[in-house]
Design a protein around this ligand. Sequence first.
Ligand code: ASP
Length: 432
Amino acid sequence: MSKKISLTTKILIAMSLGLILGSLINIFAPDQAIIQNYFVHGLFHVIGSAFINALKMLVVPLVTFSLICGVCGIGDISALGRIGLKSMLLYILTTGIAITLALAVAITVAPGKDFTQQQQTTEFVAKASPPITDVFINIIPGNPVEAFAQGNMLQIIFFVILFAIAMLMTGDIGRQLADTAEKLNEVMMQVVTLVMDFAPIGVFCLMTKTFSEQGFALIVPMIGYFSVVILCLLLHALGTFPLFLSFFAKLNPLIFFRKMRPAHIFAFSTASSNATIPVTLQALEKRIGVNNTTAAFTVPLGATINMDGTAIMQGVATVFIANVYQIDLGLTQYITIIGMSILASIGTAGVPGVGLIMLAMVFNQVGLPVEGIGLILGVDRLLDMLRTVVNITGDATVTCIVARGENTLDDAIFNDPEAGMIAELHLPHRAR
Ligand code: ASP
């Protein structure tokens, strides 16, 4: 048992060590060719990126098998529609609360009012963002193989649900396929466990690389913006979510947060909700006790369309840039910002840095200078890591609420501190 506890603890220790080592490199060896070339851009970069790839590798097969099992497990199309509708509404509601909270705090604190632009800004060239209408058209994949190859989550979800519904409609043939999907899903969950065993080293390398490049010096001139974003992230994570969890999911938020810890560490070190899907799914199903029939659908959907942390960053960034450029925003513009942030988070995937592209969409809409984003670019990576933690916590909170409503939450698992602990790697011995 002590061995089981040790993997999560090991990952946590690895994360802290990486953070410390990275910061030390940033302070003492920013120009040391050997350290930079062989370690930061060599060893740490290779192992860290390989680990992210290993996580991403799990996402598409895991979502596919697990969603097939989920839909076939629900077995009834109207229940599926109900889960879909509830989770969509809750995702929109929580994102709406997040952005409103961010705007309210940012307007009150007014970061950027006395900001002088003497510090160098990084040039920001906005990538073209798709028109909102395309977002809806593109939910339907013109070519499912392409959707799978590109890992386009909304398209995959759409196709797999349709396929699984067809499985339900084809009686015996469908049932046999569902049995196979169930077995494949079980095996995929085991692959997740295998990959997780390499997490301490992967997380260590990722953290060391990121912090050796980021350093904290960049934050100083941006301290106003930075701390308002963090304050809002904390208010939402430790205020809104626990309230929702206690009132709507009837769960103890402390236990919830403890059980989500591995997923939080992964979200923080990868800055990607998508890459964290396997860990979020595992935490929700095995540790928190949400049935696969709910989590298989709500988690990949949430990773794509629900980004509360990102919405918070957008709210604060909008007010900050408006203050810096001394542009007055009116009520209509604030309402537009709320609507745009919700739409933008629906239309973009949960991958690192996507929040800035979404921010460009919001700026265009309310007439703020897009190049202003260059100001906040320097501190974005660190905020990206933090807001990704909030993003996946939002997905997990909504999943628990939907699961409670659907009666698919097992309180015995939730209340068992040992349930679903990430196990150490036990490779089977070959049968004699
Ligand atoms: N990295 C975030 C996520 O994956 C998205 C963003 O805010 O850039 O959830």
